[in-house]
Design a protein around this ligand. Structure first.
Ligand SMILES: [Mg+2]
Length: 185
């Protein structure tokens, strides 16, 4: 029995020590400029100054970089999965393929509910399971309440870009660059 207990402790310690830390990134309004409408064309995918540098610095500090984005325009028939993938390919090219994974939710509550659409947390939970991520060492950076809610539910620290919201977050920042500075300090 003692042996079994010791064995389990070793397995568990190993599991914890190999856990990774991640930066979860909302897309629109964080990695590319928020236009006030859906962004699904590469021509409209404007990456703010300092964004790529911020991603590089976070990556060098040992964080996985994982995009978590709602793309409800797919459910609405405004654009296609292919449009989203083209934008993501462009983003990866611009940052030298630094991003480890990109999760998008194609659903919208007007058509079909999904636990993957933020503020639900399924996209985050999938990434945490797949990459063995320790939420308490990780951060979510987003520009809306919808990004903060699922992160806090899972014990992930939060940085809100832009205007203040009616929720306590760990930090506010003007943009991704400023957010990265706060994390790395
Ligand atoms: Mg956003």
């Amino acid at each position: 029995m003692d042996f079994l207990y010791a064995f389990c402790v070793v397995i568990l310690e190993n599991k914890i020590s190999t856990m990774q830390k991640a930066i979860f990134l909302d897309r629109d309004g964080v990695l590319n400029e928020e236009r006030g409408e859906y962004t699904y064309k590469v021509d409209d995918f404007i990456i703010p100054e300092g964004t790529i540098e911020a991603l590089k610095n976070l990556k060098e500090a040992g964080f996985l970089l994982i995009v978590i984005t709602n793309q409800g325009g797919i459910a609405k028939g405004l654009y296609t999965v292919q449009d989203v993938l083209k934008c993501h390919e462009y983003l990866q090219q611009q940052c030298d393929f630094l991003i480890d994974d990109l999760y998008y939710s194609p659903y919208h509550e007007a058509y079909s509910n999904s636990l993957s659409r933020k503020p639900d947390s399924l996209m985050l939970e999938k990434a945490i399971a797949k990459y063995n991520i320790n939420p308490t060492l990780s951060w979510m950076i987003g520009d809306s309440l919808r990004d903060m809610i699922p992160a806090q539910k899972l014990g992930i620290r939060t940085i809100k870009i832009g205007k203040k919201i009616d929720l306590t977050v760990d930090f506010y920042a003007e943009n991704l660059w400023e957010a990265s500075e706060k994390i790395l300090k």
